[in-house]
Every structure is written in C-alpha cells, then in structure tokens.
Design a protein around this ligand. Sequence first.
Ligand SMILES: C[S@@+](CC[C@H](N)C(=O)[O-])C[C@H]1O[C@@H](n2cnc3c(N)ncnc32)[C@H](O)[C@@H]1O
Length: 401
Amino acid sequence: MEILLSAVFESDSECHLDNCWYIILKCFACCPQRFQKCEYAKTKLFRTEGRGWGLLADENIKAGQFIIEYCGEVISSEEAKKRSQSYEAHGLKDAYIISLDANHFIDATRKGSFARFINHSCSPNCETRKWTVLGETRVGIFAKQDISIGMELAYNYNFEWYGGATVQCLCGAANCSIFLGAKSQGFQEYNHVWEDGDVRYTVEEVPLYDSAEDDSLPVISGTSGGNEQNKILNDSEGSTLKLEPSNTTCKSFNIGSGSTPKKKAQRLPKRKVKSSSRKQVNGGDFAKLFASKEAREEVTMYEGLKNEATSKLNSVYEEIRPTIEEHGQDNQDSVPTSVAEMWIEAHCSKYKADFDLYFSVIKNVMYPRPATYTTAAGPSEGGARPQTANAEPKLSEGGAK
Ligand SMILES: C[S@@+](CC[C@H](N)C(=O)[O-])C[C@H]1O[C@@H](n2cnc3c(N)ncnc32)[C@H](O)[C@@H]1O
C-alpha cells in the first residue's frame, strides 16, 4: 500500500518550489494528493497533565486515515546532534526532532506543523509513516485505529525521536517503556543500552571519576555537559572534535521487557569553564613592530594593563568557582547576583583593557608618530587617559592625518 501510494505521488506530483531550503515546508498547493494538499484531519491543541501541550482529534478519524504531516526544518544528523545538545543546554524541556531517513532529521522546534504537539504513547492510536514525494522523504501521522472526536492523538516515539535527554514517560500504558524514545537513535546515543551478561556491566570494569582529569579536556561548546558521548567539542583553535562513545563513561540503562539495571555505572560529567585568557593579543610582539619608542612604550604599557586585568579575572573566577560548581553549571549563569556582578565587573575591566591595547596598536599603525607626537600619558593617576575610539589622536601640525 505504502509503495503503491508513494509511486502514485511520484508520478502525479509536480512542485515548482525546488529551491526552498525548508524542503519539508514547501508549498504543495499545486499537488493533487491529500498529503500534499495538506488535507489534514481536524485537530485541536489542548493542555495535558504533566506532558505540556497535546493534540486531540476534533472529528472522528478512521483507522488508516492520514492525520497530519510532521513538518519542520530538514537537517543533517550532525546538525540534529548539535541542536539537540544545544536545546538541552538552553533548558528546552520538549524535544521536536524526529528522524527522516538515515542521514536526515526534521526539527520542528522553531518551525513546524501542529504535528509537533503530538505526544508519545507506548500504546498509541497513531503511527508515523514515511513517504517519498518527488524524491523527498516526508513523514505523515496516520491513525492506527478508529479515533473518536476528543481523544488525544499519540504515536510511539521509538525509533523516530531524537530527544537527547532521557525523559520519563507519563503515557500511563501498561507496557510503558519508562523513557520516551527508549529505542530511538537519540536515546541510544545518549545512553549505552547494556546487554545482560555484558562484561562492562560489572562495576569493577568501570573506572572511577577523577576530577583531576577535567583540566585536560577541551572546552565544551555551548553545552552544560551531562552527556559525554558524541559530544561535539571545540578545541582551542575552534575546530570541532568528536568524542566517540566510550563503553566505560556512559550512563547505563537496561531497556526492555520490564527489567531494570542490575548495576548502574555513571561517570560524572567533566566540566571546564571557558578560559578567559584565550585569544589574547601579545602586545609585546606588537610593540616590537613600531619604529617609534613612544609607540613601543605605549603598547607595552597597555599589554601590562591587559595582563593585570586578565589575572584579576582569573582570580575572580577562582573565587566564584565553588559557587558555580555548586550550581552544576559549565558557565557563569545561574549564580547569585553578587557573584555575577563581581564576574561581570572583572570581565568589563578585561574587555576595556583589551580594547585599550587594540586601540593603541591600531592608532599607532594608522597614525605613525613623528618625533613631535603628543603622547598619551596612560591611565596612571594624574596622567592623561589613553585615547579611545571617540577621541582623535593628538597630532602636532604636519603630523599624519
Ligand atoms: C514533540 S513534543 C510534544 C508536544 C509537547 N508536549 C509540547 O508541549 O510542545 C515532545 C515533548 O513532549 C513531552 N512528552 C511527550 N510525550 C510524553 C509522555 N508520554 N510523557 C512525558 N512527556 C511527554 C516531552 O517533554 C517531549 O520532549
């Protein structure tokens, strides 16, 4: 049936919006089929207990009937991983990424149809079906059984979902898998699913967490940690690294047939805070480039000030580190206001010192000083303030413009 229908779609359909980057969101008004004409069943949003929004049937739906297409941004699997981690890190509770084919996912987080509101059930009345339309795979939600008006629509997220985090399932079905998308790719990447009798299952095989190892890790890009597996990391050069799943460093859950894990080995996430001293300009090296002694001295002085501000920032960080760690964050969010203020102030001083240094370098490049140049005395007490972006460099008559 599915093959037959997809063949009909392929032969009859024609769409003129080939360059649209949201391929799933293309306008299908030109296409005669119900799927393509967005002839959805009547549905209604409603608020569930503990599961956020849900979608219910607003008319009687027959078994096998097409209900709605799952629309969203079509993205690669790498992008799906990145987004899923980033959404999680930003505290997004609900996940809207489902698999389209081996290499593509549909992300309905920011854009999508009402299908994004359909919740999971381990005993669902709907199912997803994939269709090839004009060479593109699309996902539709279909009724598995007759559904009466007012009933909640639900399909099983297993195999399709890229939830990332492990969310406890509240579907209430007798055969509930306990976790949403327990068999989905996202879930399995997040949690190594242990087999009974697996030697890695024994605690003796699991190395203990050692916080000293933290320092050797690259900085985690935009995530608050929690899942080491397949994490996309940025090294100090900004290139991406991928941590391959390790058999010994993952959370373990035993899924299926109601069994629970005998022993659970969980390694704590490794965290490292962005180093405030990255990407620093070495003012000493810049200073050497200037022919003028005054320019060299000025740039060297600003480098000194910048180094001071950097040390201050690092020492403030050391001071607030316990509070940050207590909050279990990789960054400086969610700390008490007084601590945040201290951190912000140190950052501002550092930014200002950076700015003064860069400005001094640029100014001396753009306006090389003749011997009669009026130098800025620098920020020492009583001296003139260094010139800033708004100030014209003071040039004596005949100096460079
Ligand atoms: C595709 S969204 C479904 C719509 C969502 N309820 C909303 O308010 O936007 C998937 C999210 O809904 C929640 N959810 C769906 N089914 C659930 C269930 N059976 N138990 C608990 N939470 C569920 C989870 O937070 C999940 O990440």
